[in-house]
Design a protein around this ligand. Structure first.
Ligand code: PBG
Length: 325
């Protein structure tokens, strides 16, 4: 009976005491809200698998941004849904592409909001792959030039951060060189350094109309079973000049977030992806879970895992709940 056990409950006895010893906090500044901008006018369509998330046309973007800004969200991530797609994804690097137009509009009306442009081709290519296709294969090196052109045209439109999600080898180096050459030395790259070939992107592909028309993305996105490969991917992006490292998806990869946080000295961003959002929404709509508590627990868990920033479709709700706390 002489075992002296620990009284862990001492520090849990009241709301205020628990708040004093709380180790991780979610802040408004942590949240990045993704937006889907569609070509056309007077258009706002809810994505059926992502309740509360919409494709909006440019004229409806203003109202969306008013809400985002009034909630205190500091940063948005832009995805474009072009009218026309082609083999080479020209809509991605056209100065009048949809993301470029949306960027100009946002920077004109909300200059302080940080605009992050997703740099990929899959929303703009007729085949839905993230690079150039030849004989049914996604070619690496010829895709790099198009990605660099995309980044430069996004920077020219006023994007504050370039976020390449395509997973071609060498994309950070190619984009850094392209940006520097065009005079955008100070435009940071938020690299999707560690991006798995995940089924959790399903609802996004409906939202962004970017489902591959043949095959899958397994020759360029990573095998979910791999951990060492995440180190190799992150390391090469650091060497090529990335300024932030994204790990994606979020929830099933919190171990990888911790690995990246512990082993690299750049800000770590977690992408709480579409499928993760849809699962929570579906369960909440069925009354099976408490949405607010579940979302705040998930986002706080991502911070605890080591994420500095969180890209999430829950951002508007989370911002509201943070204010109420
Ligand atoms: C484009 C891209 C994807 C996502 C972000 N950028 C889809 C994909 O790689 O198929 C997914 C985001 C989400 O599921 O929320 N390459």
């Amino acid at each position: 009976m002489d075992y002296q056990f620990s009284r862990h409950r001492r520090l849990r006895s009241s709301v205020n005491l628990r708040a004093m010893v709380r180790e991780n906090h979610l802040h408004l500044e942590d949240l990045i809200y993704p937006l889907f901008i569609a070509e056309g006018n007077d258009y706002k369509k809810e994505i059926s698998s992502m309740p509360g998330v919409f494709q909006v046309s440019l004229d409806k973007l203003q109202a969306e941004m008013d809400e985002v800004v009034s909630l205190g969200i500091k940063s948005v991530l832009l995805f474009g849904i072009p009218h026309e797609k082609d083999e080479c994804g020209q809509g991605a690097y056209h100065d009048h592409g949809i993301v470029q137009k949306a960027t100009r509009l946002i920077k004109e009306h909300y200059p302080e909001v940080i605009v992050i442009a997703d740099t990929c081709l899959c929303e703009y290519t007729s085949h839905g792959h993230c690079g150039v296709i030849e004989n049914g294969k996604v070619l690496n090196d010829p895709s790099l030039k198009l990605l660099a052109d995309t980044a430069v045209s996004q920077a020219r439109a006023g994007a504050d951060i370039i976020a390449p999600s395509n997973m071609m080898d060498g994309f950070v180096a190619a984009i850094r060189a392209g940006l520097d050459e065009a005079g955008f030395h100070d435009t940071p790259i938020m690299s999707y350094a560690v991006k798995y070939a995940s089924s959790f992107y399903g609802p996004f592909r409906e939202a962004a109309e970017s489902t591959p028309q043949f095959g899958d993305r397994k020759t360029y996105q990573m095998d979910p079973a791999n951990r060492m490969e995440a180190f190799r991917e992150a390391e090469s992006d650091v060497l090529e000049g990335a300024d932030f490292l994204i790990v994606k998806p979020g929830l099933p990869y919190l171990d990888i977030v911790r690995d990246v946080k512990n082993n690299f000295q750049l800000p770590v961003v977690i992408y709480n992806v579409s499928g993760e959002y849809s699962m929570v929404k579906a369960a909440a709509q069925n009354g099976w879970i408490d949405e607010r508590n579940i979302v705040m627990e998930m986002l706080t868990g991502m911070k605890r895992a080591g994420a500095d920033l969180i890209i999430t479709y829950h951002a508007k709700d989370a911002a509201r709940w943070l204010k109420e706390q």
